[in-house]
Design a protein around this ligand. Structure first.
Ligand code: GTP
Ligand code: MG
Ligand code: NA
Length: 328
């Protein structure tokens, strides 16, 4: 989450090795996105930090939200779906209106988050003592390569931003890998262009997942699923993109959301690919949350973005499920 153009999508592109941001109209994200990061990709990308990433989950489903002021509803929906958030802040701009709006959404739901202090490479880039690029390096290694002047500039910006967070009632500190995760919010400097700090960001995310989710993460059968988009795809007809937070979906499941239909196909993009970008899909007989899924079924043109999707089980009464769905 974060203010417009802080680099949320670009950070994801850097991690995925994709070009989603450049394909966006006006460079602005206008939909919620979803990408599955398998645990082995996270381990691979953090291995230079020589940390033991346990990650007791098979992977993380990462959701991208728009930062433009007109998409408050999407930020709210996105923050409602997540267990952990990454708040992206532009190091040269500090906290901006939608940063604060996002912060308030996270506070409201008591969601743990980390701060990606992005565009770190912008510091001094146009001046004499420019940032020295260390592609995809852990931030400590990248910082060591910088001139004293760049380091001072960085410190100045950092101190200002920590103060701005304090004004919002939050204690933040620069990430230190050697320290135990505490009750403060960690700031991880990143560059989405050259990848510095990405290993750190992923490692802190993995550690926070281990720490805060493992006890909460009991896989439940109950389906918790939200419709993100209703989209016509050539060759597939009207489809819906959903985030399945919990439970399992099967081909043939009768679903209500709020239209009643039966799942024809369950499709996912390949791991490390964005659901909202058209590509090739993997077909699944059944699929477990958390996942971003494209569903094909008859009658989906009447589905509604933002609606919860219910599955009618063998012992459920269709009329009751429909009433619940209409009540949402
Ligand atoms: P919205 O989704 O529209 O809110 O924007 P966003 O936060 O996803 O930002 P986006 O990825 O669209 O990046 C905005 C602009 O900042 C693009 O032109 C990026 O190339 C640029 N940008 C993003 N990250 C970095 C960075 O780390 N360094 C530099 N120099 N530019 C960056
Ligand atoms: Mg974006
Ligand atoms: Na943008």
């Amino acid at each position: 989450m974060g203010h417009v153009d802080t680099g949320k999508t670009k950070l994801l592109d850097c991690i995925r090795g994709t070009n989603v941001q450049e394909g966006e109209a006006g460079g602005i994200t206008q939909q919620i996105g979803a990408t599955y990061f398998p645990a082995e990709n996270i381990r691979e990308r953090t291995k230079e930090l020589r940390a033991d990433v346990k990650l007791k989950v098979p992977g993380l489903l990462v959701i991208d939200t728009p930062g433009h002021e007109s998409f408050t509803n999407l930020r709210s929906r996105g923050s409602g779906l997540c267990d952990i958030a990454v708040l992206v802040v532009d190091i040269m701009h500090g906290l901006e209106p939608q940063t604060i709006e996002s912060l308030n959404l996270l506070k409201m739901r008591n969601t743990k988050f980390i701060v990606a202090l992005n565009k770190v490479r912008f510091i001094m880039v146009d001046r004499l003592y420019g940032w020295k690029t260390c592609r995809n390096a852990p931030i400590e290694k990248a910082m060591k390569q910088q001139s004293k002047y760049v380091k001072i500039q960085f410190e100045t910006q950092l101190v200002q931003i920590i103060t701005q967070f304090k004004e919002q009632g939050l204690n933040t500190e620069l990430n230190n890998m050697d320290k135990e995760m505490r009750e403060t919010y960690r700031i991880v400097p990143t560059s989405a262009i050259s990848g510095e700090g990405i290993p750190d960001l992923l490692l802190v995310l993995a550690k926070l997942t281990e720490k805060t989710m493992v006890e909460n993460l009991t896989y439940r059968n109950e389906v918790q699923c939200t419709v993100l988009e209703v989209k016509v795809i050539e060759g597939l007809g009207t489809t819906i993109d959903v985030v399945l937070v919990n439970g399992m979906l099967h081909e043939g499941d009768q679903i209500v959301g709020p239209i009643v239909t039966s799942i024809r196909a369950l499709l996912t993009p390949h791991p490390m690919n964005e659901l909202r970008v058209k590509g090739t899909y993997q077909n699944h007989r059944a699929i477990k949350g958390a996942q971003g899924i494209k569903i094909t079924a008859p009658g989906l043109e009447h589905a509604i973005a933002g609606a919860a999707l219910y599955v009618v089980g063998p012992h459920d009464d269709l009329e009751e499920v429909k009433e619940t769905a209409m009540g949402d």
